[in-house]
Write a protein that binds this ligand. Structure first.
Ligand SMILES: O=C(O)CCC(=O)C(=O)O
Length: 401
């Protein structure tokens, strides 16, 4: 993509549609930051107040931080119990783990990353036909998280679309680059097979029937995002994505070689540096509910780099909207009463997108009755991580919007 020097103006005080990029060829407002522009300074509406900044010097960098599980052993009767034990432990202690020997050919993942980059390198005019800031549109290119709810924007553009059943959605995906649909279809099929294998292992790790989670998700859905974080002039002042937990069941994240993902654990932000040919797996809010709080849907965030653009491709494996989610009966008893009420995934998903990412989970809106049993009250879903790191409450935001 040809880089151009352009003038950026702030034309509204709402923080929503204020970026106007003007150059000789383009006079229309361009909401994207992947617009070919070399930013020498961070525009004002991406700058977090000091108390909410990422404090990059406090992040823990350690290779051993997040467990790495070799999932090849799931195929073999003698090693399967040990691999399942490792997965269960990672889910309970971290809510995150990395997997190697997962069966998805490196060529398939690498081609997906390449075609994703090609998409974001196409001229803005070729991409804008997919642009929408309606979070409920199934295929859309957008920016930040939900610009209607945010006062400070995030240094991220993203393409999102549904992937399962593939034949229902593939025709809505971008038709350019030429191989996007073909490469994406192959990738999505492979990831779904992996997700189903992991769901089986997760069910067993909770002491449930192997098909428990499969059945709990109704007809299943699979969504995918391509996050593009351009080079950022001041990474210490902003986020690619601020602290959040994922609303779905399970996320399978493919990332390029540029670091950026950080996970909250035990009072610290831990950098999850990329390992070639691996996926980062994390537990989403639905699995925290289904496991009655045994597994943790933890806060994570993406920070940005001053030297390189970064691409990450999360697959969000989800229940179908009509699936009724509640704690698995075998995991509830007098000592462990249901920590969450029943709800449909549709209800949860609406709640997630109708708020901003505010360093919190929307699990508390779906709690059971016993205050002391609420999992976010315990140390593993740390409210204290948020209080001084993240955005003001939605009430404060709304009062300004
Ligand atoms: O870019 C990353 O590593 C994290 C992405 C993420 O958390 C998300 O898309 O929800």
């Amino acid at each position: 993509m040809e880089m151009v020097d352009v003038e950026v103006e702030k034309v509204s005080s709402t923080g929503t549609d204020e970026i106007v990029v003007r150059n000789e060829r383009e006079e229309k407002p361009v909401p994207l930051i992947s617009n070919g522009m070399n930013y020498s300074e961070l525009p004002q509406h991406y700058i977090r107040p000091p108390i909410q900044r990422p404090r990059l010097d406090e992040v823990v960098f350690s290779l051993e931080s997040i467990p790495v599980v070799d999932v090849q052993g799931l195929q073999c009767d003698s090693s399967r119990p040990e691999v399942i034990r490792q997965i269960g432990r990672a889910c309970a202690d971290y809510g995150f783990f990395r997997i190697v020997n997962h069966g998805i050919p490196a060529a398939v993942s690498n081609r997906m990353l390449e075609v994703a980059e090609e998409f974001f390198r196409m001229p803005v005019e070729d991409r804008m036909e997919y642009y929408s800031d309606d979070p409920f549109r199934k295929t859309r290119l957008s920016t930040s998280f939900n610009i209607h709810k945010e006062q400070v924007l995030n240094w991220r553009d993203y393409l999102r679309h549904h992937c399962y059943p593939l034949e229902d959605h593939v025709h809505t995906w971008p038709s350019k680059p030429a191989h996007y649909r073909e490469v994406g279809s192959l990738y999505c099929r492979e990831v779904r097979v992996l997700a189903l294998r992991l769901l089986e292992a997760l069910s067993e790790s909770l002491g449930l029937e192997a098909d428990f989670l499969d059945k709990a998700l109704g007809k299943h859905e699979q969504h995918m995002a391509i996050n593009y974080y351009p080079k950022c002039p001041n990474p210490e002042l902003t986020f690619g994505l601020p602290a959040h937990s994922d609303p779905n069941v399970l996320t399978l994240l493919l990332q390029d070689e540029v670091p950026g993902l950080q996970v909250f654990n035990n009072g610290h932000w831990i950098a999850v540096n990329p390992i070639p040919n691996s996926f980062v797996i994390n537990i989403g809010d639905q699995l925290q509910v289904l496991s009655n709080g045994r597994y943790r849907s933890v806060l994570h965030r993406a920070v940005v780099s001053s030297s390189r653009a970064r691409i990450s491709i999360p697959t969000f494996y989800c229940p179908s909207p009509d699936a009724v989610i509640d704690p698995a009966t075998p995991l509830t008893d007098a000592e462990h009463p249901a920590a969450f009420r029943s709800f449909t995934y549709e209800e949860y998903y609406q709640e997630f997108w109708n708020r901003q990412l505010q360093g919190n989970t929307c699990l508390q809106s779906f709690s059971g009755h016993d205050e002391e049993q609420r999992p976010w009250k315990r140390d593993h879903c740390p409210r204290e991580a948020n209080d001084d790191q993240v955005e003001p409450s939605s009430e404060e935001e709304d009062s300004d919007a």
